[in-house]
Ligand binder design. Structure first.
Ligand SMILES: [Zn+2]
Length: 344
């Protein structure tokens, strides 16, 4: 099955956190955290429509300036999500610069900024380059069932976690995964092409059966456009469960956090989870409000994720990244075994 989300840990396990999630068939990308993002080429960054920031410690947020520098002057709207206080933090970053000529720029760059409060309130404000990035407060929204937002065929859920300060965990969920049967396409004499995106969209949004779809038909002269009703084409696709990606960084290990993380990440195909310290240094990890690799592996196992990627390694283990990885993986398989024994 060809995945529709391709995730990339931008700076490897020791670098500043940032995960680039490329949603290939929607020609857009999402970013989880805004650490150092200079490794991402501009063509990739320009696809970004949504940015989810766990918290504004510098290693998770300093990349905002790079994003701003690249987007400035373009006609573009970017949604930014973060924890309580996030609107002010973005506002301060924007007001750090001098904008006396910004209204001469061709494109209006817009940041729609949302901050998540533990009671489910979603405060939000708009910053437009045309208005010299002065905050324009919008009416409060409310999060229902942890669902922060949706974009295209995806929804993003979040949990407010404890890192000494509020820190957000995120899960990106695809509504369903749509695959096209190439053999059935051939049998109908249809050609692959961008129209398959419309077909997939019709499937995912439950379009009426008489919805016209502009397809491509093979003929002796090459490929010709043809309009067919959705009912004639829906058999070309197979729907399977969508992908789920979860992202957890900078959290203390305690029952309330563990419960929220397991609920958010449950059954994920891939979990990115911080593993900064070895269990031997657990007192230090707790003092700094972080997980150990063993705790990360245990959480991943209890959340029954299919795959997990430990990252955000502390520089104190620069030559010992393998040890963190091994400890996390051992905890993952060990906890799974213990769970199986307990169930049995
Ligand atoms: Zn932090």
């Amino acid at each position: 099955m060809r995945p529709s989300i391709h995730c990339e840990l931008v700076n490897g396990p020791f670098g500043d956190p940032a995960v680039y999630a490329d949603i290939m068939f929607e020609r857009r990308a999402l970013l989880f955290d805004l650490g150092d993002i200079r490794e991402l080429p501009p063509r990739k960054l320009l696809r970004v429509t949504h940015v989810f920031v766990s918290h504004t410690h510098m290693d998770h947020f300093s990349g905002f300036d790079h994003l701003l520098r690249l987007m400035l002057g373009r006609e573009k709207t970017i949604a930014l999500y973060g924890p309580a206080g996030f609107i002010d933090k973005v506002g301060h970053k924007l007001q750090a610069y001098t904008w006396n000529v910004i209204q001469n720029y061709a494109g209006n760059l817009v940041f729609d900024v949302y901050e998540v409060h533990d009671n489910g309130t979603l405060r939000n404000a708009r910053f437009r380059s045309l208005s010299v990035f002065q905050p324009e407060l919008q009416p409060d929204l409310h999060i229902k069932d942890d669902e922060l937002t949706s974009c295209g065929a995806f929804k993003i859920r979040c949990a407010v976690l404890d890192h000494g300060i509020p820190c957000l965990g995120f899960a990106l969920e695809e509504a369903a995964h749509v695959n096209v049967w190439k053999t059935k396409l051939d049998q109908l004499g249809l050609a692959v092409g961008p129209w398959l995106r419309d077909l997939k969209h019709a499937v995912l949004t439950g379009a009426p059966m008489n919805t016209p779809i502009r397809a491509l038909k093979r003929s002796a002269d090459g490929v010709m456009p043809v309009t067919l009703p959705f009912r004639d084409l829906c058999g070309l696709v197979q729907i399977t469960a969508g992908q789920k990606i979860a992202y957890i960084v900078d959290v203390r290990y305690h029952p309330s956090n563990a419960e929220r993380i397991q609920h958010l990440a449950f059954g994920a195909d891939l979990l990115f989870i911080e593993s900064p310290f070895l269990e031997a240094d657990s007192a230090h990890a707790a003092r700094k409000n972080h997980l150990t690799a063993l705790q990360a592996g245990t959480l991943a196992a209890h959340a029954q994720v299919k795959q997990f990627l430990p990252f955000h390694f502390s520089p104190r283990y620069t030559d010992r990244g393998e040890a963190l990885l091994e400890e996390a993986m051992r905890a993952f398989s060990g906890a799974l075994k213990n769970a199986a024994i307990a169930d049995g």
